[in-house]
Design a binder for this molecule. Structure first.
Ligand code: PLP
Length: 366
């Protein structure tokens, strides 16, 4: 049991609100796949999936073991593994996970496994590269894929999908439209060869926001579920899901000329009251937030981080704040605060959220 006093509270109402926000942008029959990879974007994938299991059609994880964790928690919803590896294929089958097959090496390995076991109509997903150049078959691979599939009754193509390279960026709209058209063309070609029609999906969160017409049969929502849209206006309509809290471990009164933390990075110019908080870079607090770049909230007031961020702790300036050892500390509890942290950490919200480490205790709050 993790009993760390630094806790990430995952707001269940916010998750549901955000899910419904995206549902309203879609046709009623469009399925929603909730992306819960990377521990549910730094929260707790099992807790998030347990809460969402009867509200979405599908889950996606990046790697096999993330899907195994969901199955071990009793999740029965279909789970797409976005980036399976050949050594994991047997485990994929054992846990009834659904692999994304993105090149002939893994495609042939899976068809062989399906043949050997043998499986019947096992759901697989085939990914096409339409311009991201990360994972996926080329459209020119279609005839060979089809000819292999026609020889095999052990698998059934559950979906064809692709991923956009710049769905959030309207300056790249022309490129995105090209990707969407390529995908539609691939699907059409595929459909003419098969006697059934696999589902189609290409949109992530910002794809839904900017290109909802291309929703096809399903959309894959990640960051939007966790409260972030394409711009501040949209983000304001979503609710924050990640609330990181801690407490004050100790308060020190520091005389002028004394220093705080490693490398003596903070030097007190005047009498200073500092508070030590049990959260550090090993919990996901970037060292870039040290030396007064970042702050936490104590009794509704901003307390700047002084000195360097340590592995397990930060020290903050509470000279002007009425506070005591044991008082609650909010490291962040709004999208605005998370965006600010991402900004001063010179990164994006995705990285700030997923940086929250496994050491932090995770609680789903209703
Ligand atoms: C992570 C991921 C998503 C989710 O993207 P968001 O921008 O977080 O909505 C969707 N599809 C694929 C293939 C992904 O890797």
């Amino acid at each position: 049991m993790n009993n760390h006093v630094t806790v990430l509270e995952i707001d269940a109402h916010a998750l549901e609100h955000n899910l419904n926000y995206f549902k309203k942008k879609l046709r009623p029959e469009t399925k929603i796949l909730a992306v819960v990879k990377a521990f549910g974007y730094g929260s707790d994938g099992v807790k998030v999936a347990t809460f969402l299991q009867d509200k979405v059609a599908y889950f996606a994880v990046a790697y096999t073991h993330e899907g195994v964790a969901l199955r071990n928690a009793g999740i029965k919803t279909p789970i797409l593994v976005l980036h399976p590896q050949i050594p994991n294929l047997r485990e994929i089958v054992d846990y009834r996970l659904e692999p994304n097959l993105y090149n002939f090496k893994i495609f042939n390995a899976f068809l062989k496994l399906a043949d050997d076991i043998p499986l019947i109509n096992y759901p697989i997903h085939i990914k096409f590269n339409t311009g991201l150049n990360r994972l996926g078959f080329w459209h020119t691979d279609i005839p060979k894929i089809i000819s292999e599939l026609k020889k095999c009754t052990h698998v059934k193509v559950q979906s064809l999908f692709s991923h956009l390279a710049a769905s959030e960026d309207l300056e790249e709209q022309e490129f995105t439209v090209k990707q969407l058209n390529n995908f539609a063309h691939i699907a059409k070609q595929f459909y003419t060869y098969l006697d059934y029609e696999p589902m189609l999906h290409i949109l992530n969160t910002s794809g839904v926001v900017n290109f909802a017409k291309a929703q096809f049969d399903m959309v894959r929502i990640g960051i939007g579920l966790y409260g972030f849209g394409n711009d501040d206006q949209e983000t304001a309509q979503l609710k924050n899901t990640h609330n990181l809290k801690s407490i004050i471990s100790q308060i020190h009164f520091i005389e002028p000329g004394e220093t705080v933390g490693y490398n003596r990075a903070f030097v007190a110019k005047s009498p200073t009251k500092s508070a030590t908080i049990p959260v550090g870079h090993a919990d996901g607090i970037s060292r870039k937030l040290g030396n007064k770049k970042g702050y936490v909230l104590i009794n509704n007031q901003k307390a700047k981080i002084i000195g360097n961020v340590c592995m397990d702790m930060i020290m903050v300036d509470v000279t002007k704040i009425d506070c005591h050892e044991g008082d609650e500390v909010l490291i962040f509890n709004s999208q605005k605060a998370i965006k600010h942290i991402a900004h001063i950490s010179e990164t994006i919200v995705y990285e700030t959220l997923t940086a929250i480490s496994q050491r932090v205790k995770k609680v789903l709050k209703y």
